[in-house]
Design a binder for this molecule. Structure first.
Ligand code: A2P
Length: 270
């Protein structure tokens, strides 16, 4: 008698297969998409998750990349905001997805851009560049953000005007949102700036902080560790430079286990 080959145990951490619901392209560098959300998938607003595509014949395993969830925690679909990199191992293929296609979704959301990593305060700043706006798209749609802070100021800096479409439209539409519509009135402000095209406010976020132009545009005093809390999301260089500046105002970096005055996260590309 021959023993039956042992069955491979299902991996409890293996990604789930989700269906693409919508895809919207903004520029030749940026797009957003939504996918189905398994009922068991829980995350904290501001966290990121691994996303991938089913492996092709020549791949040993699927390529997965970290993506901030852009949708709020109460939504029954999941939204992501992505860059398109021509030769990017994942985004070169991901940019071609269409409704009905399969996307792989990791099981363990994590991240530091969460409200619990910050001490209470008066004003919450969210500094973003490029796809770094994604976690803030989730946070501005969460009622808790407005329950914790009197004022919420989001900044989004991009190279060109077309790259501001997603953030500008999302924030403009929030006034009609049944959940947070009334909360955002008079509390939420979006400040946009461009670095490679004409715009009412021009320059990198770091330049605008240093010159004080940001605070003039926001109608606030400069950052103050007693009242201001900051979240930063962008490229590695943007994070390092912005973090160093924020620290000059006396704010300290917090974590989930040790909430303080600011937190940072890289916006992931690939
Ligand atoms: P710039 O046009 O001067 O490079 P990207 O699309 O390359 O991620 O850039 C998004 C935005 O972030 C651009 O406006 C870019 O400005 C800006 N940026 C790039 N590097 C930094 C940095 N080190 N600090 C602040 N902003 C940055």
């Amino acid at each position: 008698m021959t023993a039956a080959a042992p069955l491979a145990k299902p991996n409890p951490n293996a990604p789930t297969e989700e269906t693409v619901l919508e895809v919207e392209h903004f520029t030749d560098r940026l797009f957003r998409f939504t996918i189905t959300r398994p009922p068991s998938f829980r995350f904290r607003t501001g966290e990121f998750i691994m996303i991938g595509l089913p492996k092709t014949e020549d791949q040993r395993k699927p390529i997965m990349r970290a993506y901030s969830v852009a949708s709020p925690a109460w939504d029954d679909k999941l939204e992501f905001y992505s860059i398109k990199v021509e030769n990017g191992p994942l985004t070169s293929r991901l940019q071609a997805i269409e409704p009905g296609d399969t996307v792989l979704l990791g099981k363990k959301p994590v991240g530091t851009l969460v409200l619990d990593a910050l001490l209470p305060g008066k004003r919450l700043w969210m500094f973003s560049t490029g796809t770094g706006f994604a976690p803030f798209a989730s946070l501005v749609r969460d009622p808790e953000t407005y329950e914790r802070y009197d004022e919420v100021i989001v900044t989004h800096t991009c190279r060109e005007a077309g790259e501001l479409t997603y953030s500008t439209r999302l924030i403009e539409d929030l006034i009609n949102d049944p959940l947070v519509g009334e909360m955002v009135e008079g509390k939420l402000k979006l400040i946009t700036s461009l670095t490679r095209e004409d715009h009412p406010l021009e320059g990198r976020i770091t330049t605008l902080i240093e010159s004080g132009e940001l605070f003039k545009a926001a109608g606030t005093p400069p950052l103050n560790p007693e009242h201001d809390r900051v979240m930063i999301c962008g490229s590695m260089d943007m994070i390092n430079d912005t973090k160093a500046l924020v620290e000059t105002f006396g704010l300290e970096e917090g974590a989930n286990s040790d909430p303080k005055q600011f937190v940072v996260e890289k916006s992931f590309v690939g």
